[in-house]
Design a protein around this ligand. Structure first.
Ligand code: ATP
Length: 574
């Protein structure tokens, strides 16, 4: 099989290199079939409906528009804001879940539109976790840890994943994407699942779910989130396989604890799998968190191994129409997650998943009909910023964030940041830079001026990284000076200010950095400190993201903004 593969380099949007494995014969045939299928489906089979997704039996359609969508969230990612606004759970709206995978080729055909009235009755308008057809034990655990109201993306993703669809989940940073995929997995796998039989589970050898994340920190964060729900007695159900930790200890734990879910970085998962110590062929779920990052050149070989060895390639099975429901159940379900969705993700999702659906807050559409948000390089001159790009990337940003930029000479940037922190009275700050070597210098200068700071980057050992992160989370460190490593997934609820001491390379990187603040409906500020000749880059970012960046400066302990060049300056009173 390996011999029939060729490797091809694709250039996406001028700057993102994506290495994609192409199965010369089977893939060409699959694409051919797929194109033929879509052509027929589009013309003959009518729109995608909630019914076709398995959500509701009969819904009236009012138009032929190409999406199932309702109003976008205005502020917080919750469907409701207070408990008094909650309606009684209406379980009748959630149809019974079919155990077998639906035949997606016949069910997901085209797209249709829903009125907001109809969508309110559908399961993805759920206002409490108990409305989402999750097992009682899981609901109990959610209650125990104080989680009762799903975020919008959770109330959309959970029923869609529970219906066995391959999905790409795209929603802005801090909107709760981790639980959006963890909950439907825990509903099927492990001691909180419906009808769990411990004896049966102990006899099983293989892993049931593999979750891949691009950094150790993110991997460990996902493990913590899963452990929180599983409780201390069931902690061993999930195991981390992250790089930087002792590999043989991880292998021993796999053998001894027989976990059902593993969470890890691509390198370590691929390494242990290649050594024959990780049995994932019968795996039911493959999650690729921060999938656009996992597609980067560095991970290509490890990702190839993972995608080839975890579960079965569901597309191949579905080519045969005579599969029994049981045979179909053994397919892997692929869940891809990101706040940003460049073209590379769409390509990968088509290749790795089977007719994947794009799940956003209150919207489910076939991926095929989704416009992608490209990561547009800021260094390359380009005047063409497509509306698709703008739309997609701005949707990656938390709605309550405020974006500012401030001009400063290079040698004064640290001082400007210090004044910015005082002016905004920020308690927990993440400062991003592009080069590791300069992080230490910034920390040194901040500390010299009495501001508690620490550096975090990939050259630090695992223990040092964990210690720094813990201190930052506990409030012992006020300013975390870091690089792109922390831009993805880092979840520190208290972070109220992000500072770009160096400009990010593109709008996608800006979105991920900015998303470290304003999480889960909180307020947050992002201040980009740039030099005079870099202002055009900031303006370009502004256009690409489709959001306003206010020019500002910090004088007499206050933030002073001027909305337009030459316009009168306004002091923001804090
Ligand atoms: N329904 C909920 N109610 C309360 N808190 C929640 C809920 N869902 C998630 N959270 C919390 O919100 C925080 C952000 O969630 P999470 O890290 O999953 O966001 P994300 O969308 O994956 O962000 P990113 O794109 O930056 O990785 C976490 O601390 C999580 O525990």
């Amino acid at each position: 099989m390996l011999a029939s593969m060729s490797t091809r380099l694709l250039v996406c949007n001028g700057n993102a290199l994506l290495l994609r494995k192409v199965w010369c014969f089977s893939e060409v045939a699959r694409i051919h079939n797929h194109v033929r299928f879509r052509g027929r489906a589009d013309s003959l089979d009518g729109p995608l409906t909630l019914e076709s997704l398995g959500f509701k039996r009969k819904l009236e359609r009012e138009s032929t528009d190409k999406s199932i969508e309702v109003e976008k969230p205005k502020a917080a990612p919750y469907a409701v804001k207070t408990f008094s606004e909650l309606e009684k759970p209406n379980a009748a709206n959630i149809p019974p879940k079919t155990k077998a995978k639906p035949n997606r080729r016949s069910e997901v055909k085209a797209v249709g539109v829903k009125s907001s009235l109809e969508i309110e009755a559908a399961p993805f308008a759920a206002k409490m976790f108990s409305e989402l057809d999750l097992p009682p034990l899981l609901i109990e655990q959610l209650d125990r840890v104080g989680l009762t109201v799903p975020t919008e993306v959770q109330s959309t993703a959970i029923p869609t994943i529970s219906k066995n669809h391959d999905v790409v989940i795209q929603s802005y940073t801090g909107s709760g994407k981790t639980l959006a995929y963890l909950l439907p997995i825990l509903a099927e796998v492990g001691p909180l699942s419906r009808g769990f039989d411990r004896e049966e589970a102990e006899k099983k050898m293989g892993i049931e779910a593999v979750i891949v994340a691009p950094s150790r920190e993110l991997g460990m964060q996902i493990v913590r989130e899963a452990e929180k729900l599983l409780g201390p007695a069931n902690k061993k159900v999930v195991q981390q396989l992250v790089g930087g930790a002792n590999r043989s200890r991880q292998e021993e734990a796999l053998k001894k604890n027989k976990p059902m879910i593993v969470v890890g970085t691509p390198g370590r998962i691929a390494e242990i799998s290649a050594a024959g110590k990780l049995h994932t062929h019968g795996c039911r779920f493959l999650v690729l968190d921060e999938v656009d990052e996992l597609l980067s050149f560095n991970f290509r070989e490890d990702m190839h191994r993972i995608v080839e060895h975890v579960g079965k390639r569901s597309g191949a099975v579905l080519q045969s129409t005579k599969q029994s429901p049981l045979a179909r159940r053994s397919e892997r379900q692929t869940i891809m997650v990101s706040a940003t969705m460049p073209f590379s993700v769409i390509r990968a999702a088509r290749s790795w998943g089977c007719d994947p659906l794009l799940v956003r807050a209150k919207s489910v559409i076939p991926l095929e009909s989704a416009p992608a948000s490209g990561s547009v390089s800021l260094s390359a001159p380009s005047s063409q910023t497509s509306s698709a790009t703008t739309q997609g990337t701005s949707e990656s940003l938390p709605p309550l964030l405020k974006h500012y930029y401030c001009v400063s000479r290079a040698q004064h940037k640290i001082d400007t940041m210090r004044r910015c922190i005082h002016a905004l009275d920020a308690k927990s700050v993440i400062a991003f830079m592009n080069h590791n070597k300069r992080l230490k210098d910034v920390v040194f200068k901040l500390e010299a001026r009495g501001m508690k700071a620490a550096e975090l980057h990939g050259d630090l050992g695992k223990l040092a990284r964990s210690t720094v992160l813990k201190k930052f989370k506990d409030g012992e460190v006020r300013v975390l000076v870091t690089n792109e490593l922390s831009a993805r997934g880092l979840d520190v609820a208290e972070c109220d200010l992000v500072v770009n001491l160096d400009l990010p390379t593109d709008s996608v990187h800006y979105a991920h950095r900015a998303g470290r603040t304003g999480r889960l409906g909180r307020k947050g500020n992002v201040v980009t400190i740039c030099e005079e000749p870099e202002i055009f880059v900031v303006k370009k970012l502004q256009r690409q993201l489709g959001i306003p960046f206010q020019a500002c400066e910090f004088t007499e302990g206050k933030l002073v903004v001027s909305e337009e060049e030459g316009a009168a300056k306004n002091t923001i009173l804090l």
